[in-house]
Every structure is written in structure tokens, then in C-alpha cells.
Design a protein. Sequence first.
Length: 107
Amino acid sequence: MFGDFDINALMQQAQQLQEDLQRAQEQLADARFTGTAGGGAVTVVVSGKGDLEELDITPEAWDPEDTETLSALVIAAFRAAKAEADAATAAAMPDLPAMPGMPGLGG
């Protein structure tokens, strides 16, 4: 029915993939990524999971008459840091192995 399909080989590949994913998650657990906006007026640090860890706003960035600009700077800095975290996550994830007999999965 499945031709040369080897369930044991598939299980070994799945186990290896699980181990590789766990290793990548552990590497990213302690990673921190920094994003800035407004020439350094706002700096944020996010974890490898993308959680906001730190926020620094210089006094020059605060204008009580223009809170919209400060909000935009915080968002921009967060997006920059999150993009770095996402790129590192993607780079750390293992490639899916070829799975013989499975169309579309390298087989």
C-alpha cells in the first residue's frame, strides 16, 4: 500500500526533528533583541519569544503636547526588535528532513 515506506525511519526522523526543535528553543530562551527608533530616543528589548523585556525612553522623546509621536516611536522600536527575534527564531529552526513516501515533504 505504501511501497517502500519505512515507518521506523519516519519515527527516527520525527524524533530527531523534535530534539532539534527543543535545542533551538533552548538557544532562544535567553536571547535578547534590541530595537531603537527616533535615533535612539526609544529603545526596547524583547526576549527570544518576542516578549517585551525593557523599554527606555530618553527625556528628549517626551513631549506632553505630542504623545502620538512617542507612541509611534515605541511601536517602531518594538517592531524592529521583534523582527530581529523572529529572524533569529526562523534561522534557528531545523529544516524539515526528507520523508520518503510522503509527497510534498521531501519524498
